[in-house]
Design a binder for this molecule. Structure first.
Ligand code: M6R
Length: 617
């Protein structure tokens, strides 16, 4: 979490950095700060709260001119979110300035040591310790900034993406990475450079970017090529300049009030993009390079273990049903955070699938490393191209959802399920667990999904009306069975994370083992009751809720009459093959959470305490 950005070149750095911070706010928004060098002095402004607060403060507190600077938007780890703990942090002399994304785990021991050498600290952060360690080394060893950073980083334990500026060397910025991402945007003829946690802050200035790998650092100087080197061995590495595929339109709201709403409405396009070049209906085949190239691994696998967190974990649960049904491969779905710490039994005959929108989730990354160490083949399903998880896995498939900026995951979820469905179908065909006619039928069904999602999005107004009735609820229950049990979990997660209403998801049949005690006339229960998924059983559950006066919002298949008679509200989805129903049933639940959150005046795109990319454990 946290977003870092920087600029060195010929333009005014202030607007570049502020704009960049605004684009990186999805990574954290507890506080924001900026350092500019005006050719003479360091100008520093930082504050609790959002980048918009920083802009207000900067107007009166600092001179905003200068062609070099660094900035930060924070998701607090060490130290409460306040002005003092905000980044950038200055060293004791005031000459060095740092922004940091990550955690220095051994900061306490280093801090104590530095205190014995006369250092004092203003903040509670691990970052202020790091900048003073760099200063101590620079002074004591009489080395340049780059060398001091390198020596310091060899002494710290933890994760970091950092940018460091030295007033005595104002024509350079030193950056380094371990565990947290950092991209360097390269301007024409090396006349300017941009630094950021991802490429979004500099997309309008350059399409050329260098992504640092773990344990790499670079000294960035105007007019010079970037030299990337290994932090441990000092060895120079090839600074591979990549061409960015991202464009500005993708990271703007495009007329929608919130990114979340835009991303919900982008789902037909996103799912189509996920199919592109993979689902070849006319030829009756699915082509996925990562799967084809490693077919033997999949076919010889004893089981598939899926590791993920949050919404991605829910997509993994849907995949469990699909893989087992279609390809008859046993699947286990694990929270990456539990998996990495519980000494799991993993063998070379296991295939691990890691699912992550951001490709940066620290727990998922650690789970991948553990699985690789134990000999498993690891396949990634990521959205962000070139992300840490995409690079760490042996092979993978991108979801191609495009940038997801709203903290609440929407199109990432449906495109993850799309990729996993394609994989399950391809493996089913290769294993012979699905007849060719069934296979073709499923391909056709899958191909119709974007059109059905498009049609389903018309329920928006109706869902908004329903939302009005429940915006003051304090609790909510979500129920679903089979493929739609994970959708119930996902619906509940969406509601709690953006509207702060307590919500729980359950398999419908589990209700009578406890949660039924919660039901009274103030409890809204959202039930997924599609026509093909254990319909009669779910109808019985709905009756049980009704007889206890619960309020029922049911997601049903169009043409349903039975549930309509019992439920307080129904939302219709188009007829769909049951295995693919999560791609539809999830849409009204996303809209319901969205409207409730908007009506409760919640910050939909940046809910409290959260960040889009969870790069700390
Ligand atoms: O980037 P990832 O998919 O690895 O992120 C995992 C979770 O942090 C994420 O899905 C989170 O639960 C979302 N905010 C839910 O909407």
């Amino acid at each position: 979490m946290c977003g870092i950005t920087g600029y060195i070149g010929f333009r005014e750095a202030y607007p570049v950095i502020i704009n960049g911070l605004q684009r990186l706010e999805y990574r954290g928004y507890d506080s924001a700060g900026i350092m500019l060098y005006d050719g003479n002095q360091i100008q520093l402004a930082k504050t609790k709260g959002k980048v918009s607060n920083l802009v207000e403060i900067a107007k009166s507190d600092i001179s905003t001119s200068g062609v070099v600077g660094i900035g930060h938007t924070r998701w607090a780890t060490h130290g409460v979110p306040n002005d003092v703990n905000s980044h950038p942090h200055l060293s004791q002399s005031g000459n060095l300035v740092i922004v940091h994304n990550g955690i220095i785990e051994n900061y306490d021991a280093i801090k104590k040591e530095l205190i014995t050498r006369g250092y004092t600290f203003k903040s509670d952060t691990d970052t202020e310790v790091l900048v003073n360690l760099i200063e101590e080394i620079k002074t004591k060893e009489n080395v340049k900034l780059g060398k001091a950073v390198q020596i310091a980083l060899n002494q710290v334990v933890g994760a970091y993406a950092i940018a460091v500026f030295d007033k005595e060397k104002p024509d350079e910025i030193v950056v380094a990475k371990l565990g947290s991402p950092i991209a360097i945007g390269v301007g024409k003829d090396f006349k300017e450079f941009f630094i950021a946690s991802d490429a979004s802050p500099f997309i309008e200035y350059t399409k050329d970017a260098i992504y640092l790998e773990d344990e790499e650092m670079a000294i960035i100087k105007k007019g010079r090529e970037v030299n990337v080197r290994k932090i441990k061995s000092d060895k120079l590495v090839d600074s591979n300049i990549q061409e960015l595929q991202l464009n500005l339109e993708q990271i703007e709201k495009g007329g929608y009030e919130h990114f979340m709403l835009k991303e919900i409405h982008e789902q037909p396009r996103a799912i189509t993009d996920t199919f592109r070049g993979r689902l070849l209906r006319d030829e009756g085949i699915i082509k996925m390079a990562g799967v084809e190239d490693n077919m033997k691994k999949f076919l010889n696998a004893n089981r598939i273990i899926i590791v993920a967190c949050g919404t991605s974990w829910h997509a993994g649960l849907v995949a469990e049903y699909i893989f087992e049904e279609f390809a008859r491969i046993p699947v286990e779905v694990e929270y990456a955070s539990e998996f990495r710490y519980r000494n799991p039994v993993i063998t070379e005959k296991d295939v691990v699938i890691a699912i992550s929108q951001s490709g940066e989730t620290a727990d998922t990354l650690a789970a991948i490393k553990l699985a690789k160490k134990r000999g498993a083949f690891v396949f990634g399903v990521c959205n962000v191209v070139g992300s840490s998880i995409a690079r760490e896995t042996h092979a993978g498939a991108y979801t191609h959802a495009g940038p997801e900026i709203g903290v609440a995951s929407t199109k990432a979820f449906t495109t993850q399920i799309t990729v996993l469905s394609l994989m399950a179908l391809r493996l089913a065909r290769a294993k012979g667990t699905m007849s060719s006619s069934d296979y073709r039928m499923h391909l056709q069904e899958l191909e119709l999904i974007p059109r059905k999602v498009e049609q389903l999005l018309n329920v928006d107004g109706h869902v908004k009306e329903i939302a009005k009735e429940y915006l003051l609820s304090t609790n909510c229950l979500y129920l679903g069975r089979g493929y739609n049990f994970p959708v119930a979990l996902e619906g509940a997660l969406k509601l709690k994370e953006i509207s702060y209403i307590h919500a729980e998801g359950y398999p419908a049949a589990e209700m009578k083992h406890g949660p039924i005690a919660l039901i009274d006339d103030r409890m809204p229960v959202i039930v997924i009751a599609t026509s093909k998924g254990h319909y009669e059983k779910v109808v019985s559950n709905i009756q049980e809720i009704k007889s206890r006066k619960g309020k029922i919002i049911a997601v049903v298949t169009e043409g349903d009459t039975t549930v309509k008679e019992i439920a307080d509200h129904t939302i219709e989805i188009p007829e769909v093959e049951e295995a693919f129903s999560p791609l539809l049933t999830t849409i009204p639940l996303q809209l319901l959470s969205y409207h409730i959150a908007v009506m409760r005046n919640c910050n939909v795109d940046q809910p409290r305490n959260l960040a889009k990319s969870v790069t700390v454990e």
